[in-house]
Design a protein around this ligand. Structure first.
Ligand code: ADP
Ligand code: MG
Length: 222
């Protein structure tokens, strides 16, 4: 992203992101850290094409997405980006497995293939949900719901995974498992951008940034 500024206007103007330039390459694990309310989630949304920047440009896989229509943006997101949202918002009326397969539907606009179902079930198994495939979200714990959201973001073969505090609500065992899956993405040449408050998880990163006063500053790695 080049010189991206994002301003919200909900009665009062808020400008959490000011002329941020950040280039994330394949095979990189990048973290964004900083106090709450500084604009980390906003930065992730703009980077992943969920929010349009007020000024500046965003590219995904070398393609400038600034002037795409909403429908074109949806296609790019479905094909290239996996989102793990801070609120781990899964669809309440879909089962665990259906929530994960929804990502595959967005990509292909077809019922899931056998390979896609196998991949979804494998991921859910790694995340301890192999026995919960037909459960509805309200029948799960908060941590289990977050793990469904993780599987949903990773089921497609995307080039960029955006993870907004993905270890929230998870005990150490499951947080480690989620981190392992994110690191696997990086090993496979994908990029991961993660917001986290925990230095312990930020150590996985190749590059760490602080979001301060609307801009990112690289944290020198020791
Ligand atoms: P963080 O993820 O670092 O906690 P956010 O990106 O969620 O920060 O929010 C940054 C700032 O932008 C906050 O001050 C918040 O109030 C404001 N903000 C976030 N979303 C909106 C919105 N949709 N409309 C207006 N202001 C918003
Ligand atoms: Mg946030």
């Amino acid at each position: 992203m080049q010189k991206v500024t994002k301003e919200y206007d909900a009665g009062e103007k808020v400008c959490p992101i000011k002329e941020v330039s950040l280039d994330i390459k394949a095979g990189e694990f990048v973290t964004i850290e900083g106090p709450s309310g500084t604009g980390k989630s906003t930065l992730l949304y703009v980077m992943g094409g969920l929010l349009r920047p007020t000024t500046g440009s965003v590219s995904i896989q070398g393609k400038d997405i600034s002037n795409l229509t909403d429908a074109q943006l949806t296609t790019i997101r479905a094909n290239q980006v996996g989102f793990i949202f801070q609120e781990a918002n899964v669809f309440p009326t879909l089962t665990v497995l259906e929530n994960v397969l929804f990502s595959t539907y967005l990509q292909t606009r077809k019922s899931s293939s056998k390979a896609q179902r196998e991949r979804a079930i494998e991921l859910l198994g790694k995340l301890g949900l192999g026995e919960r495939l037909r459960f509805l979200p309200h029948q799960l714990s908060v941590g289990q719901r977050r793990r469904v959201a993780v599987a949903r973001a990773l089921v497609n073969d995307v080039s960029l995974v955006i993870a907004d505090e993905p270890t929230n609500d998870l005990d150490i065992h499951w947080a480690e498992e989620v981190m392992k899956l994110l690191k696997d993405q990086v090993k496979n040449g994908k990029a991961v951008v993660m917001v986290t408050h925990h230095p312990q998880w930020a150590e996985a990163a190749n590059r760490r940034f602080h979001l301060i006063d609307g801009d990112v500053r690289e944290i020198a790695c020791l």
